[in-house]
Design a protein around this ligand. Structure first.
Ligand SMILES: Nc1ncnc2c1ncn2[C@@H]1O[C@H](COP(=O)(O)OP(=O)(O)OP(=O)(O)O)[C@@H](O)[C@H]1O
Length: 910
C-alpha cells in the first residue's frame, strides 16, 4: 500500500510537472511566435526604409552626377571649341582667337547605374562588356563609369590637354596609340591657330621623321622642320636661346608670358614653337639640363614640348598621357578617371589640312586692317605738326609699333619697290595714319601720280563718291604724258617755300615751329607732296627734267625748315640718272622706305629689302644705313570701302563750304564753262581784250591767254592739221572775247574755208551775236573790207576780231594774200585782230610772204601737230621750242610775255 501510495504520489507529481512543463512550453512557443512575427514586421519596415533611403540617395546622386557631367561637358566645349574639340569625322581647321585645350579622347566620368539592385547596388560599367558587371566588383567603388556607348544618357566629356600657352605633353605607354595622340595634338594645335603661327620642330631619330610623315606638306614652307638624329643638343640649345631672347626682348619685364602680352595687346609677335621629341633614347647631362629648363620656362615664351618615348619626371605644366587601349588610358590631370583615346586623325583630314596650311603660309600673312593705324575715334585731329609729322606705318615683327616721322630730320622720303609690291598701298596707309591724327590746318597733301591709272583720284570728289580727303589740296592723275604738271607742282611748292621764307624773315624766325609760335593766327600746315612714279618726271634729257631737278633740289634743301616735305616713290630708283647725278639732292632724302626687292634705295651693303616678306617694308630714317633698319608690316589700305569709311569720317568734320581739292586728270578734257578765268570775264568793252586759248597745265586751273592790245603784232595763229583742236582753240578765243563786250562793243567776223571745220565755225557763229559769216563764196568782201579798215584814217572806235578757219585755203590768190598781209601788219594798231588757223607752220610762213619775210605780225601762236623745229621762225633766239605733238595738247607762245612756250590743253566741247 505504502509502495502503491508512494507510486501514485510520484505519478501525480510527475503529471503535475508535465502539465506545468507543457504549459510553459506552450507559453514559450506563443512568445516565440510573437517575437518572430514582430521581428518579421520590423525587418520589412527596415527594408522599406532602407529602400526608400537608397532610392533617394540614388536619385540625388543621379541628378548631381548628371549635372556635374553636363557642366564638365559644357566647360570642355568652351575650353576646346571648334577644331580643338571637334570629332574627326566633322573636323576642319578653325583658327581661334586664343589658344585652346586640345582633345585627345573621352573622359569616362562616374555615373549612377541605370537600375539599382539592392543586393549589389554599384557596379563598373565597362563599355566593352556592356551591361555585365565583372565578378568581384568592388563595393568600395560606389560608381560606374559612364560611357555613352553603353548608357547613352549623360553628355560626353572630352579628355583635354593644355599645350599652347600652357605647358608640355609627355606621352607614354602603347607606342602606336601614343603616335595617334601626338598626331592628334599636333593637328589640333595647327588647326586652331593662324597658319604659320605654330612652328613644329620634329626630332625622330628612330624613324627619321617617319613618325610625322603625315605632316610632310608643312615642310616646304618651313612650318615643320626636322632635326638630324644627332641634332637634339642643338635643337634644345636653340629653343633655350629663343626662350632667353623672348624673355629679354619681347616680354622685356613688362609681361610674364606671351599669353599675357597677347591678352593685353591683342598682338602675338612670336610663333608658338612646338618641338616633338619622338624616342630620344638616352639623354646626356647637358641635354637633360636643357630639357628640364625648357619644361620649366618654355611655355611662357610659347616653346612647348611633346615628348613620346622618353621618360620625363612629372612636374607643373606637364601633362602625362598614358596611351592604352579601351578604358585603360589615363592622363595625369584626370587623376584616376579612365580615358578612352580617340583614334588618330584620318589621313585624308591630315594631308588636306597640312596642304591648306602650307598654302596659306606660302601666300603670306593675312593683311592687317587699316584701322590698326588709326587713333581712337576721340583722338582724331589732336596732334600738332609744329615740330614734325609722326604716324605709325604698321607693326614690327616683334609686335612693336613702327613710327615714321617727317620733320627737320628726316625731312623727305624716298620709297622704292617693284611694281605690285605695295608702294601705293603704303602711301595710302601712311596718309590715312597722318590724316586721322593731324587736322587740315596742320597738314596739307599735294598728290601726283605719274602711273597710268587713277590711284589718287579717290581723294577727290568723284561721280560715285562726292567726299574728299580734307587735307588734300591737289590731286594729279593720268599725268604720265604731262610731265609739265609735275613741273607746275614743283614751281607751286617753290612759290609756297618763298612765301614761307618771307614770312619767317618778317617774324625774324628760321623755321616753321618758330613761325607758328610767332604767328599763332596764321595757317601754316606742313605740306607733304607725294609724287608716285616720279621717275617719269625726270625721264628724258630735256628742259623739263633739268628744271624739275633744279626745283627738287631747292625744295629738298630749303623745304625742311619751312615744313615742306617731299615723298617720292618709284618702281626702281636705281635707273633714274637725273637723280644719281645730283648726290646732294639724294642726300636730302634721309627717310628711305624699301619694299620687298627694292634696289638701291638703302645703303649699298644693306640687303634687308631682298628678304622681306610680302606686305612688309624696311623703314630707315638714316639714309639707308643698316643699323637704322626697321621692318614693318604694312596694313592693307587699298580697300575702297575701308578707305571710304575713314575719308567720310574725316570729311564730315569739315566746316560747310570748304572747297574740294583741285583734281587734274590728264585724260579729261577741261570745259571752258568751268574755267574760273572765263567765268570772271565781264562785258566792259575792254581796251585790252583777253583771248583765252585753253587750260594751262598748272596747279591752279588757270586759262592760257593772249592779250589783244592795240599794238603791232597782236594777232593769233593756230597751227596744225588737227581740225577739232584748232576749232576748240578758236572757239575758246572767240567766246572769251565776246564775253568782254556788250552787243555793239566789238565786231566779230568768222570766215571758214574748210568743210570739216564748218560745223564748229557755225556753232561759234551762233554763239556770238551779230557775228559776220563768210566762206569761200564771199571772202573777198571781208578781205576788201578789213584791208580798208586796217589802213583807214578814221578813228578805230571799236575792235574787230576776224576769225579765219583754214586761212591757208582762202581763195582770191595773190590779191587776197596781199590784203591779208596788210591786215596782219597794220590791223592790230587799229584794233583789228586776226585769229587765224593755218594748217601748217610753212603755210603761215607763205601767208606772211615766204621764207625771208618777217614773222612779227604773229605775236602769239598755238601749235598743234607741228614739230618744234618748224616753229623756230616764230620763236625768239636761234633755237626752236622743245615740242613733240601729242593728242589734245598744244604749245602756246606769246612773244609779248613769254620767255618760253607753255603747254596747254584745249577746252573740250562744253
Ligand atoms: N599691306 C598690304 N596688305 C594687303 N594687300 C596689299 C598690301 N600692300 C599691297 N597689297 C595689295 O597688293 C596689290 C599691289 O599693291 P600696290 O598697288 O600698292 O602696289 P604698287 O607697288 O603700287 O604697284 P604698282 O606700282 O604696279 O601700282 C594691290 O592689290 C594691293 O591691294
Amino acid at each position: 500500500m505504502e509502495i502503491r501510495a508512494g507510486l501514485s504520489h510520484a505519478l501525480g507529481a510527475a503529471e503535475n510537472a508535465l502539465g506545468r512543463a507543457r504549459r510553459e512550453e506552450a507559453a514559450a512557443s506563443a512568445r516565440f511566435d510573437r517575437v518572430r512575427a514582430a521581428a518579421e514586421t520590423r525587418q520589412r519596415k527596415l527594408a522599406a526604409a532602407r529602400d526608400e533611403r537608397l532610392r533617394s540617395v540614388e536619385e540625388w546622386h543621379g541628378t548631381e552626377l548628371g549635372a556635374l557631367a553636363g557642366a564638365a561637358a559644357g566647360a570642355a566645349d568652351r575650353a576646346a571649341p571648334g577644331a580643338a574639340g571637334e570629332l574627326w569625322h566633322s573636323w576642319e581647321a578653325t583658327p581661334l582667337p586664343r589658344a585652346a585645350e586640345l582633345r585627345i579622347g573621352q573622359l569616362l566620368l562616374p555615373s549612377a547605374p541605370e537600375e539599382a539592385e539592392p543586393a549589389r547596388p554599384w557596379q563598373w560599367n565597362d563599355p566593352e562588356k556592356s551591361g555585365t558587371a565583372p565578378d568581384g566588383a568592388e563595393p568600395a567603388r560606389p560608381w560606374q563609369w559612364d560611357d555613352p556607348e553603353g548608357s547613352g544618357a549623360a553628355p560626353e566629356v572630352p579628355a583635354l590637354v593644355q599645350l599652347l600657352d600652357h605647358g608640355h605633353v609627355v606621352v607614354q605607354g602603347d607606342r602606336k596609340l601614343g603616335d595617334d595622340v601626338v598626331a592628334a595634338l599636333l593637328l589640333r594645335a595647327l588647326g586652331t591657330s593662324a597658319p604659320g603661327s605654330v612652328q613644329v620642330i620634329g626630332y625622330d631619330p628612330e624613324h627619321l621623321g617617319g613618325g610625322l610623315a603625315g605632316f610632310a606638306a608643312l615642310a616646304p614652307p618651313k612650318v615643320l622642320t626636322f632635326v638630324a638624329p644627332n641634332g637634339l643638343s642643338a635643337l634644345l640649345d636653340d629653343l633655350v636661346g629663343h626662350v632667353r631672347r623672348i624673355n629679354e626682348t619681347v616680354l622685356a619685364g613688362e609681361y610674364s608670358s606671351l599669353r599675357e602680352l597677347h591678352a593685353a595687346t591683342k598682338r602675338r609677335p612670336e610663333p608658338w614653337r612646338v618641338a616633338v621629341l619622338l624616342g630620344a633614347g638616352e639623354l646626356n647631362r647637358h641635354e637633360r639640363t636643357q630639357l628640364e629648363r625648357l619644361l620649366r620656362t618654355g611655355a611662357a615664351c610659347g616653346v612647348h614640348l611633346i615628348v613620346h618615348g622618353l621618360a620625363v619626371d612629372p612636374g607643373p605644366g606637364i601633362e602625362c598621357v598614358t596611351a592604352a587601349p579601351g578604358t585603360d588610358a589615363r592622363m595625369s590631370s584626370g587623376g584616376d578617371l579612365p580615358v578612352r583615346l580617340d583614334p588618330g586623325p584620318p589621313q585624308s583630314v591630315l594631308t588636306a589640312t597640312c596642304r591648306q596650311i602650307a598654302e596659306a603660309v606660302a601666300a603670306g600673312p593675312a593683311p592687317v586692317a587699316l584701322d590698326s593705324l588709326l587713333p581712337e575715334p576721340g583722338e582724331q585731329w589732336r596732334e600738332s605738326s609744329a615740330t614734325g609729322l609722326t604716324a605709325p606705318l604698321g607693326d614690327s615683327p616683334q609686335g612693336t609699333r613702327v613710327l615714321v616721322t617727317l620733320s627737320d630730320y628726316p625731312p623727305h622720303a624716298l620709297i622704292a619697290g617693284p611694281s605690285g609690291t605695295g608702294k601705293t598701298n603704303l602711301i595710302y596707309a601712311w596718309m590715312g595714319a597722318l590724316a586721322s591724327r593731324y587736322s587740315p590746318a596742320e597738314l596739307a597733301f599735294y598728290l601726283l601720280d605719274f602711273k597710268e591709272g587713277v590711284s589718287f583720284a579717290r581723294f577727290a570728289p568723284g561721280r560715285r563718291d562726292q567726299s574728299w580727303l580734307p587735307h588734300v589740296r591737289l590731286v594729279g592723275v593720268n599725268v604720265n604724258t604731262d610731265r609739265e604738271f609735275g613741273l607746275a607742282l614743283l614751281r607751286f611748292l617753290g612759290a609756297e617755300l618763298r612765301r614761307r621764307a618771307d614770312a619767317a624773315k618778317q617774324h625774324e624766325v628760321t623755321n616753321l615751329a618758330e613761325l607758328r609760335a610767332e604767328d599763332p593766327d596764321g595757317v601754316w600746315p606742313r605740306i607733304v607732296a607725294v609724287v608716285d612714279e616720279f621717275q617719269v618726271l625726270l625721264a628724258g634729257r630735256d628742259a623739263v627734267t633739268t628744271e624739275a631737278v633744279d626745283l627738287l633740289e631747292d625744295l629738298a634743301r630749303r623745304g625742311r625748315s619751312q615744313g615742306i616735305h617731299l615723298v617720292l616713290a618709284s618702281q626702281d630708283i636705281s635707273g633714274i640718272e637725273a637723280l644719281w647725278g645730283r648726290p646732294a639732292l639724294v642726300a636730302q632724302f634721309t627717310l628711305r622706305i624699301a619694299l620687298p626687292r627694292a634696289r638701291r634705295v638703302l645703303a649699298e651693303q644693306n640687303t634687308a629689302a631682298e628678304s622681306l616678306p610680302r606686305y612688309h617694308a624696311v623703314v630707315n630714317s638714316d639714309s639707308g644705313a643698316i643699323e637704322a633698319n626697321q621692318i614693318v608690316r604694312v596694313p592693307a589700305a587699298g580697300d575702297r570701302e575701308q578707305w571710304g569709311a575713314l575719308q567720310h569720317r574725316l570729311w564730315r568734320r569739315l566746316p560747310a563750304g570748304e572747297r574740294p581739292p583741285r583734281l587734274f586728270d590728264g585724260d579729261v578734257q577741261p570745259r571752258l564753262a568751268d574755267s574760273p578765268d572765263f567765268r570772271a570775264l565781264t562785258a566792259e568793252d575792254s581796251p585790252a581784250p583777253v583771248a583765252l586759248l585753253g587750260e594751262t597745265i598748272d596747279v591752279l586751273s588757270r586759262s592760257a591767254r593772249t592779250v589783244l592790245r592795240r599794238a603791232p603784232g597782236r594777232n593769233l595763229a593756230v597751227l596744225g592739221t588737227r581740225v577739232d583742236e584748232a576749232c576748240a582753240v578758236l572757239a575758246t578765243a572767240g567766246r572769251s572775247l565776246a564775253a568782254q563786250y556788250s552787243r555793239d562793243g566789238a565786231r566779230f567776223s568768222i570766215a571758214c574755208f574748210d568743210q570739216d571745220a564748218r560745223a564748229a565755225a557755225e556753232a561759234l557763229h551762233a554763239r556770238i551775236p551779230d557775228c559776220g559769216w563768210y566762206d569761200a563764196s564771199n571772202a573777198e568782201w571781208l578781205l576788201e573790207d578789213v584791208a580798208v579798215e586796217a589802213t583807214a584814217a578814221w578813228p578805230a572806235d571799236r575792235p574787230h576780231f576776224v576769225l579765219l578757219y583754214a586761212a591757208d585755203a582762202m581763195p582770191g590768190g595773190k590779191a587776197a594774200g596781199d590784203q591779208l598781209r596788210t591786215v596782219l601788219r597794220q590791223g592790230p594798231e587799229r584794233r583789228l585782230h586776226v585769229l587765224g588757223w593755218w594748217r601748217g607752220a610753212g603755210l603761215l610762213r607763205d601767208a606772211l610772204g615766204g621764207p625771208a619775210s618777217r614773222t612779227d605780225p604773229i605775236g602769239a601762236w598755238v601749235a598743234l601737230d607741228v614739230h618744234g623745229s618748224e616753229l623756230a621762225p616764230f620763236y625768239p633766239g636761234t633755237g626752236a621750242p622743245n615740242w613733240y605733238p601729242r593728242p589734245w595738247r598744244a604749245l602756246h607762245f606769246d612773244r609779248s610775255v613769254h620767255r618760253g612756250a607753255e603747254v596747254i590743253i584745249p577746252y573740250g566741247a562744253s
